[in-house]
Design a binder for this molecule. Structure first.
Ligand code: PMT
Length: 406
């Protein structure tokens, strides 16, 4: 997600809870993504973690004191609040949440939070009973009412000895939430259906036909759509990837199962992005027992055609934008244009899968986007999650112009 964080100024407000030690990793990760991280700590946070740790990782003096002559010569609490593109409050303790809800400004963290107009992400972490106390529940509702993004805490063993909700979510989750806060909400409430990964077509109980798709490209599209506010369903062939945050995942194996899973969800979807590498053929029959080797004899497999899922989805009545991919090895744009027309698509992402760093299994991809009006946009090698955003930019523009009625 480097393209989202790069050059962005993140204000990390650390509250006084045991989970404060976890913020060191958050600062490290944000910095590695190219963010400029400014840390502010409450007096209580400094009881758990030394500012020097976060100063070393963020390469900025940590804001700790509203009455520090040097910092406040430049009105430090206003400066750090104004400079921020996004604010993360982690861990947000019961006390800090209460003070935020009251609009108090009695330390540098709460003062900065009152000043900033940047989006605020609040990650509560505390004892389970403190979290479920009506005062905390009410205070969190107040913060949600301010438009702050509240991240549900994780459940598990807590430092206080309880087992239940109150753990600070892992850095991966918090970064995803901050990335969402930094992203446009131009898919707010839009139902998006994405397919990803390969399909597996069984030959016998132990063998199948498949392809090299890792699922990365499709998962990146699903994650990007969620960041932009969509309700995302991801129909996935077998992959080793974790489900992206906020995404509903439906696992399938064969092309026929993928077809069923997508068909039944298309009518309710406003944007469909078909990234999956679907097998064009399947074995005509699946042996019920393992096919035995016959020494000296070859083996001929009879294959039959799978349905073209995308072409079928294009016929589902309703108004939506349909995006397909084309994995090509020659005449990339020519073949992609032919697929765009034949399958009835609004946009196709043409992939030269022979190009180094592009296509299957890589972290990066390059593509040419061709839309239904014949417009063509060439995108050089970039991270798959950045390409995902570029594809969504085009799809959203097409949706805004004239959603096609089928
Ligand atoms: O998963 P990764 O490792 O990240 O790799 C990404 C990718 C290379 C798989 C991805 O970028 C990509 O190109 N996906 C499309 C792969 C593909 O099957 O291309 P195709 O040209 O064969 O198919 C054209 C379109 O029709 C695709 O949208 C495909 O999903 C769809 N299709 C194909 C066959 C079929 N029976 N039904 C379909 O709907």
């Amino acid at each position: 997600m480097k393209h989202i964080f790069s050059g962005k100024r993140v204000l990390l407000c650390v509250g006084g809870g045991i989970a404060a030690y976890k913020t060191a990793e958050i600062v490290r990760r944000l910095s590695a993504c190219g963010s400029d991280v400014q840390v502010a700590m409450t007096p209580a946070a400094r009881e758990f973690l030394t500012p020097l740790t976060l100063q070393t990782l963020s390469r900025h003096r940590v804001a700790i004191d509203m009455f520090d002559g040097a910092d406040e010569a430049s009105i430090g609490h206003i400066a750090i609040a104004d400079a921020a593109d996004v604010v993360l409050v982690a861990p947000a303790t019961a006390d800090l949440i209460a003070r935020m809800a009251q609009g108090m400004a009695n330390d540098i963290v709460t003062a900065a939070l009152l000043v900033t107009r940047a989006p605020v992400v609040v990650a509560p972490a505390m004892n389970s009973h403190m979290l479920s106390h009506p005062a905390t529940v009410r205070n969190l509702e107040v913060l949600a009412g301010f438009g702050h993004r509240i991240v549900a805490s994780d459940s598990g063993e807590l430092a206080c000895g309880y087992d239940g909700p109150g753990r600070l979510p892992d850095p991966e989750t918090l970064l995803a939430e901050v990335a969402a806060a930094l992203s446009p909400s131009d898919l707010g409430g839009v139902r998006v259906l994405v397919s990803a990964g390969p399909t597996r077509e069984p030959l016998d109980p132990v063998r199948y036909l498949t392809n090299r798709s890792s699922g990365r490209m499709g998962y990146a599209v699903a994650a990007a759509a969620w960041r932009r506010g969509a309700e995302v369903t991801l129909v996935s062939g077998p992959t080793a990837l974790a489900t992206p945050r906020g995404v509903t995942r439906v696992d399938v194996e064969t092309a026929a199962q993928m077809n069923d899973a997508l068909r039944s969800r298309t009518a309710a979807s406003e944007l469909v992005v078909m990234v999956a590498a679907v097998a064009d053929y399947r074995p005509a029959s699946t042996a019920s027992a393992k096919i035995k080797k016959k020494a000296g004899a070859g083996l001929t497999l009879v294959l039959e055609e799978n349905a073209d899922i995308l072409a079928g989805l294009a016929k589902v009545p309703g108004s939506r934008v349909l995006v397909g991919f084309a994995a090509e090895t020659d005449d990339v744009v020519g073949h992609a244009r032919e697929k765009l027309t034949r399958k009835g698509l609004d946009l196709i992402v043409a992939n030269d899968v022979t190009s180094p760093g592009a296509g299957f299994e890589t972290e990066t991809n390059a593509a040419v986007l061709v839309d239904r009006d014949g417009n063509q946009q060439e995108i050089g090698l970039i991270a798959k999650d950045e390409l995902a955003d570029r594809i969504l930019d085009r799809a959203i523009a097409l949706r805004g112009r004239r959603p096609r009625r089928r």
